[in-house]
Design a binder for this molecule. Sequence first.
Ligand code: BYC
Length: 338
Amino acid sequence: MYTQGLDIKTGDTSVPLERGDGQLDRRFQAKIDADEKIEPKDWMPEGYRKTLVRQISQHAHSEVVGMLPEGNWITRAPSLRRKAALLAKIQDEAGHGLYLYSAAETLGVSRQELIDQLLAGKAKYSSIFNYPTTTWADIGAIGWLVDGAAIMNQVPLQRCSYGPYSRAMIRICKEESFHQRQGYEIMLTLCRGTAEQKRMAQDALDRWWWPSLMMFGPSDKDSEHSAQSMRWKIKRVSNDELRQKFVDVTVPQAEFLGLRVPDPDLRWNAERGHYDFGEIDWDEFKQVLMGNGPCNRERMRARRSAHDNGRWVREAALAHAEKRRARAAAAPVAEAAE
Ligand code: BYC
């Protein structure tokens, strides 16, 4: 774990150690209001720490579970170029999971605890990864829509008040933007191909559009954590605002592809300067969150089996690290020179 001793100083010179008078809380909020970053050793309210552990770990789990729907297509990608790009994308997602677990560890929780919660079915991950990838066009739609939605949500997280999370986001966003482009390029190729390929692209858009809008979370009026997370500048933009931005950016992209967004209520509202769009099926969203989506059980089975199959690798890596540590302790100079 990366957590080091808690440093009670909040960057200010004379912080009183008594917490009862709310001074620490006030100084903490003042620091947030001044757009200063909170770092792992700074004092923070327990609620802030818990909110970050919850959000960052859910985000990490999403990256890791998110590899599964795409992994389904590595062996069936239509060319060597597509296979190499897909492999690289999935590998990036594993990396994102690792940065995010590391960021969560700075808050005093171990990666093992977080993974145990996921495997026990107690932790959430993004609803979107509980839908199946039935055709190659789904890989295009995931890159275009799912990574597109992820970027929309993650760009403001680069300015999150918690230093390790915001810094992880900067690198992740760069990679996500490559992912989004490779997805759109797959869609463009299909849409400029045969009538059958274009139908495949339309079918993928039909199936991924609404689940992509659900990625942004419940509407603002039903979002239990938003108000506090905005005050703490963990979240910078609300769920509904981000969803609207995503629709505004994505509809012209669909038009360029010659595809139809599957929403009869979608229309440009000149007065608002935004697209109006139909109501999300919140019952479906709730069912997916409760574990009843089309692939929830399959995803958890795959994660548990990967975890069990990887046990010997983790044990071997630990044994190797222990051997190196023991060698270094016995002969520090020789080990350092290695
Ligand atoms: N799915 O009060 P709210 C990727 C939960 S991966 C599941 O609005 P908050 C990629 C929410 O957790 C990108 N659960 O919460 C990878 C909360 O439950 P708990 C994933 C959802 O936290 C591979 C409850 O509903 N991105 O890009 O203020 C391949 C109430 O919601 C969902 C992130 O994780 C959902 N869609 O806001 C390709 C971004 N929505 O904890 C691509 C980081 C809501 O009370 N996370 N819930 O049990 C966030 O920005 C925020 O956590 C959310 C929700 C906007 C998602």
